[in-house]
Design a binder for this molecule. Structure first.
Ligand SMILES: Nc1ncnc2c1ncn2[C@@H]1O[C@H](COP(=O)(O)OP(=O)(O)OP(=O)(O)O)[C@@H](O)[C@H]1O
Length: 260
């Protein structure tokens, strides 16, 4: 039996008269990179928001490691080990890399007044930050460098390192290569592979088909608020995938091997 780390059934989300999620299902397996693709308005962002606690669906349910969960906020999802890196990176440009990695989750140590006054443990944060970045082989000369002075790819690296440092279960990456050049985009793809290889499953939302085909173990295709197919990039062409995504092809007409 396949283990599903994260599973959604029948998610519905309506915004006034617009149905963004129309009873969608979702499955993430252990140890995989799952790409989520779909045309504009297919409900990718809404799905990811429901999985990461940013919206509460009107109907449907989520299971994490088989247990029912109800996320009321992103903090709630984070507490359950689900970390999300959004496209508009939430890094603080004026702060150093080490400070960014621990932003909002600073490591504290007892101060002069013992447990009554706790201080930020900068030394330990720096040491741990170096460890995380080395672990993921993100080449940065100084952890004291302000994030605003880094290149787009390096900045994305910091955001990914930050999420993986805290994610116990799942990392969700929303268009992590969208604003990057070829070299930096490849660097981030390599980084995503390393995250997966360290045992954390990754959900990757992307419009970049070559990137999706290069890196995904399976591809979830979202259309009109529903999951219409999950395909195996090793056994389906990019053009068939796009055809299913746009509705030009019925997924039932795909060869059996194409389904994942
Ligand atoms: N806050 C909102 N208020 C009203 N309608 C919304 C809201 N968020 C999403 N929608 C609508 O829900 C539908 C699905 O949107 P969603 O952003 O989930 O799709 P998407 O696949 O991520 O699209 P894109 O690729 O363009 O980002 C769209 O018709 C969108 O206009």
């Amino acid at each position: 039996m396949t283990t599903h780390v994260l599973e959604a059934r029948g998610l519905v989300k309506r915004y006034g008269g617009v149905t963004a999620l129309d009873g969608t299902d979702f499955d993430l397996r252990a140890g995989e990179i799952l790409a989520v693709i779909g045309d504009n308005g297919a409900g990718k962002s809404s799905l990811i928001k429901a999985l990461s606690g940013a919206i509460v669906p009107d109907e449907g349910h989520l299971r994490l490691d088989g247990e029912l969960v109800h996320f009321k906020s992103p903090i709630d999802a984070r507490r359950h080990g689900i970390e999300t890196v959004y496209q508009d990176l939430a890094v603080a440009p004026a702060m150093t890399i080490a400070e960014n990695l621990f932003l909002g989750r600073e490591i504290l140590r007892p101060g002069l007044l013992g447990k009554w006054l706790r201080l930020i443990d900068k030394k330990r944060m720096l040491a741990e930050a170096v460890g995380h970045m080395q672990d993921l082989k993100i080449g940065i000369r100084s952890m004291q460098q302000a994030v605003g002075t880094l290149s787009g790819g390096q900045r994305q690296g910091v955001a990914v390192a930050r999420s993986t440092a805290f994610a116990k279960h799942v990392v969700i990456l929303d268009e992590p290569t969208a604003a990057l050049g070829v070299k930096e985009g490849n660097m981030v793809l390599e980084l995503i592979r390393r995250v997966r290889d360290r045992g954390l499953p990754v959900i990757l939302i992307s419009h970049n088909m070559p990137h999706v085909f290069e890196i995904a173990d399976r591809i979830h295709i979202q259309r009109l608020g529903k999951r219409v197919a999950v395909v195996n990039p090793k056994h389906i062409s990019m053009s068939d995938t796009v055809a299913v995504m746009t509705g030009a092809k019925d997924p039932r007409d795909l060869p059996e091997l194409a389904h994942a």
